[in-house]
Ligand binder design. Structure first.
Ligand SMILES: [Zn+2]
Length: 402
C-alpha cells in the first residue's frame, strides 16, 4: 500500500510530510518532502499516526455497555456486572469481542491487552477480525482448579500474558504459585488491577501491611514486567517499584471518573520514570473504546489538577496512547489514517495538539494492522458487518435475559 501526500507523526517527535509505503506486514518506505511542504492546513488532507494500543481492556463487555450506571465500583461489580457475567458463554464472548474489536479498529486502535473470561473464544474472535490482542486466563482464587488452568492456558498460547484479577480476588498462595511458574518457565508479562479505589488500597494495607503494588511485587508477580491497571491510589514508593520491575502503569481516566475512583497521579509517575500507557477499561465503565477520548481526558485532567498547562505535552500523551508503535521503516505496519478535512480539524497547524485536543475516534478513515487494511471509510473489508451485528444483538439478548 502507498499513502501519498500525508502528514506523519514520527518517532523523534517531529511531524513529517511525504509518502509512506508498506510491503507485507512492515513499513517499507518513508519519503519526506524536502524542503518541508508548506503548512499542512493547505497541502495535506490526511494524517497518519501509529496505531493506538489499548493497554487495559475487557473487550467483551461491549455486551454490557452502560450497565449499572451510577453505582460505585464494588456495588457496580456485585449487583450489576457479576450476575450477568455468570450467565455468559463462549458464544457471548465471541460476539462481544468481535463487536468491540470492530469498534476499536474503526477508532484507530490496532492492539489490545485484554482481560476476560473464556480467553480461548476471545483470542479466536480477535484473530477473526485481525486486531492484535494478548489475552489471559484471569487468576481468581475462588474458582476451583483455576491456578492450573492459568498455567496451562498461558503455556498453550504464546501471545497470552499471565493475569491475576487483583489483590482482593486472588489470595497469596495463588499469586506466589503463579509467579513461580511464570518466573521459572512462562516468562510472560503480568496484567493486574491495582489500587483502583481508595477502599481497595486501604483493605490491602490492613490485610497485608503493604500496598497492592508492594504486596504483588513481593509475591514475585512483577518479576517479568507487565501492566498494572489504574494505580489511582499508588504511592511514590509504588511508582518506584513499578519502574524498577518494568511494569507499565495503565491510565484509564474515563473509567476512574465514571466509577468515582479518583485521579491517578500520572505526572508524578512520569517524573519517577514509570512508563505510562492508556486503556479504556471495559466499556460498562467508560462507556466506549475510544482512545482519542482517553488522550483528551488525560491531557486535560492533569493540567487542571496541577494548575499547570505544561504538564503532559501532546507528545507525552500520544506516546502513552501509541505505546511502542512507531512510523519507521522496518516497523510493523500498524497505523491509522485521519481525515484532516473535518470541520473541527481545521486549521491543522499544530498536529500533535490537534490529535490530543480536537480529534475523535470517528475521524479515523482507515486502519492498517500488519499491512492489512482492516477498516476503510466505514467498512470492514475482511468482516461481514451485518452478520456480526446480528450475532452481537442475539448475545446481548441472551446476557440481559431479554
Ligand atoms: Zn479493568
Amino acid at each position: 500500500m502507498k499513502f501519498d501526500n500525508v502528514a506523519l507523526l514520527l518517532p523523534d517527535r517531529t511531524v513529517g510530510f511525504g509518502t509512506l509505503e508498506t510491503s507485507g506486514s512492515r513499513i517499507s518506505k518513508i519519503e519526506l518532502a524536502t524542503p518541508p511542504s508548506p503548512s499542512p492546513s493547505t497541502s495535506c488532507s490526511r494524517l497518519i499516526l501509529p496505531g493506538l494500543v489499548n493497554c487495559h481492556g475487557h473487550t467483551a463487555m461491549t455486551l454490557l455497555r452502560g450497565t449499572g450506571g451510577g453505582l460505585p465500583l464494588q456495588r457496580w461489580l456485585e449487583e450489576a456486572i457479576f450476575p450477568i457475567e455468570a450467565r455468559m458463554t463462549p458464544d457471548d464472548i465471541r460476539a462481544g469481542v468481535r463487536w468491540g474489536a470492530l469498534e476499536m479498529l474503526a477508532g484507530g486502535t490496532t492492539q489490545v491487552i485484554d482481560m476476560y473470561d473464556f480467553p480461548d473464544a476471545g483470542e479466536a474472535a480477535f484473530e477473526s477480525v485481525g486486531l492484535k490482542a494478548s489475552v489471559s486466563r484471569v487468576g481468581l482464587s475462588f474458582v476451583p482448579g483455576r491456578l492450573a488452568d492459568c498455567i496451562a492456558f498461558t503455556r498453550a498460547h504464546p501471545k497470552a500474558h499471565v493475569c491475576v484479577h487483583s489483590e482482593y480476588l486472588t489470595d497469596e498462595p495463588f499469586c506466589r504459585a503463579l509467579a513461580d511458574a511464570n518466573n521459572r518457565e512462562l516468562k510472560r508479562p503480568v496484567h493486574v488491577h491495582v489500587s483502583e479505589t481508595e477502599k481497595e488500597h486501604r483493605a490491602c494495607l490492613a490485610r497485608h501491611g503493604q500496598t497492592p503494588v508492594a504486596y504483588l511485587a513481593a509475591t514475585g508477580l512483577f518479576d517479568c514486567g507487565g501492566f498494572a491497571a489504574h494505580g489511582v491510589w499508588c504511592t511514590d514508593d509504588d511508582f518506584r517499584i513499578l519502574k524498577e520491575k518494568g511494569v507499565v502503569l495503565v491510565h484509564n481516566p474515563s473509567s476512574n471518573m465514571k466509577l468515582g475512583s479518583g485521579f491517578a497521579r500520572i505526572p508524578r509517575a512520569l517524573e519517577l520514570g514509570v512508563t505510562v500507557a492508556l486503556g479504556t477499561d471495559g466499556c460498562a465503565s467508560n462507556d466506549n473504546l475510544d482512545l482519542f477520548e482517553e488522550m483528551h481526558l488525560a491531557s486535560l485532567i492533569h493540567k487542571g489538577l496541577a494548575k499547570d498547562p505544561t504538564v503532559l505535552s501532546p507528545w507525552d500523551v500520544i506516546e502513552m496512547a501509541t505505546f511502542g508503535n512507531r512510523l519507521a521503516v522496518g516497523a510493523a505496519a500498524d497505523f491509522c489514517v485521519v481525515d484532516l478535512g473535518r470541520l473541527h480539524l481545521r486549521p491543522a497547524l499544530d498536529l500533535p495538539n490537534l490529535v490530543v485536543h480536537s480529534m475523535h475516534a470517528s475521524d479515523v478513515v482507515q486502519t492498517v494492522v500488519d499491512g492489512r487494511l482492516l477498516y476503510d471509510h466505514g467498512t470492514f473489508p475482511t468482516v461481514d458487518l451485518e452478520q456480526t451485528r446480528e450475532a452481537f444483538d442475539a448475545r446481548v439478548r441472551h446476557c440481559h435475559g431479554i
